[in-house]
Design a protein around this ligand. Structure first.
Ligand code: PLP
Length: 387
């Protein structure tokens, strides 16, 4: 079975398991081996046996993952990196030059904001913040120097929803690239390239890996030429995914579809329970009919995912922190997307780096990464934690 065949012929669940996973030609091993190797014997100068010369430039385990990622997002090229932020850094330095401008969301992953505010801006790249759920606000933020619009949907940690197809139209009309961080949805729930985006970004640390045991990142692009430019920069900058990390992500992806179904089912039940709870003043979950992005989410996502944020009581940080501290089954920790449920206080933890900026989050906000345990057990734990 060729990879092309796999991506065109089969449904998502089948591609997740088979794309890139051709049997090892030497042994027939049905899972790609971990090619823990830095260099490859050449048959005479320039005579490469399998097309590999050095593992920064290419490694068969990483290739398996990269082909799989491209097939899942419906892209021409997938690239695997050492972390989500390494992927973002490679993308920004490929797309941008001094003087260029990027529109970034007013609700972005804290590390993405820090990359723009503290790193990329030192090299003369400008950025401004817009509410990407409002197409008019995005249109107004575009300047003659704008090269890209950056979107996260659902967003982190406020679970805002951006209409990808709508922004793709605006981006195309302005001649700028639309970049979508698809970490929260995963390609099982949402495929931005099919909706007109140019680049998909992932922290594969999260749902793609799915087991809280690896840090990784990915880019997938629709355009072959941009794919080549990114591959050049990936090799030139060097923040590649190592063979074992690539293997772990590839292994996680095999169960992505069943995990995302369960994450979404559990999160829906928990969001409904929280909405009825007297100590919860607001629940942010795109699956709830009163969420402002519900209709757009229902249009562009297969289900609503496993992330929920909520506001505790009347605005105090202390109450929200106490809920996090009292949770037992929900582990207090940063990150998300693993099979085990996590709870955190964004203001003091994942989003501490955006304090005082346009991206500051409410002090009484609690974020849940709902795992795939028993929903009944998870609800009982939250009820006791809320007191
Ligand atoms: C975690 C995360 C990142 C950064 O990825 P790392 O793998 O931690 O470098 C980027 N975007 C989103 C939405 C994330 O959740």
């Amino acid at each position: 079975m060729s990879h092309q065949h796999i991506s065109e012929q089969y449904n998502f669940e089948t591609r997740a398991i088979h794309a890139g996973n051709t049997a090892d030609p030497l042994t027939g091993a049905v899972v790609p081996p971990i090619y823990q190797v830095s260099t490859y014997k050449q048959d005479g100068v320039g005579g490469l046996r399998g097309g590999y010369e050095y593992s920064r430039s290419g490694n068969p385990t990483r290739t398996a993952l990269e082909e799989n990622l491209a097939a899942l997002e419906g892209g021409r090229r997938g690239l695997a990196f050492a972390s989500g932020l390494a992927a973002e850094d490679c993308l920004l330095r490929t797309l941008l030059s001094p003087g260029d401008h990027v529109v970034i969301p007013n609700d972005a992953y804290g590390g993405t904001f820090r990359l723009f505010a503290k790193v990329v801006s030192r090299w003369g790249v400008e950025w401004s913040v817009a509410d990407t759920s409002d197409p008019a606000a995005v249109r107004a933020a575009i300047t003659p120097r704008t090269k890209a619009i950056w979107v996260e949907t659902p967003s982190n940690p406020l679970l805002g929803i951006t209409d990808i197809a709508g922004l793709a139209g605006i981006a195309r009309a302005a001649g700028v690239k639309l970049v979508v961080d698809n970490t929260f949805a995963s390609p099982y729930l949402q495929q931005p390239l099919a909706l007109g985006a140019d680049v998909v970004v992932h922290s594969t640390t999260k749902y793609m890996g799915g087991h809280s045991d690896v840090v990784g990142g990915a880019l997938v692009v629709a355009d072959t030429e941009l794919g080549e430019e990114l591959a050049f920069h990936q090799n030139a900058m060097g923040a590649i995914a190592g063979p074992f990390d690539a293997w772990l992500v590839l292994r996680g992806i095999k169960t992505l579809a069943v995990r995302m179904d369960r994450h979404s089912e559990n999160a829906t039940r928990i969001a409904e329970m929280l909405e009825r709870h007297p100590r919860v003043s607001k629940v942010l979950y795109p699956g709830l009919p009163d969420h402002p992005g519900h209709e757009v989410a229902a249009k562009q996502m297969k289900a609503f995912g496993g992330m929920i944020s909520f506001l505790v009581g009347e605005g105090g940080e202390k109450e929200a922190v106490a809920v996090c501290d009292r949770a037992e089954l929900f582990t207090l920790g940063e990150s998300l997307g693993g099979v085990e449920s996590l709870i955190e206080h964004p203001g003091l933890m994942t989003h501490a780096s955006v304090a005082g900026s346009a991206l500051e989050v409410p002090a009484n906000l609690v974020r849940l990464s709902v795992g795939i345990e028993s929903a009944d057990d998870l609800m009982a734990d939250l009820k006791q934690a809320l007191g």
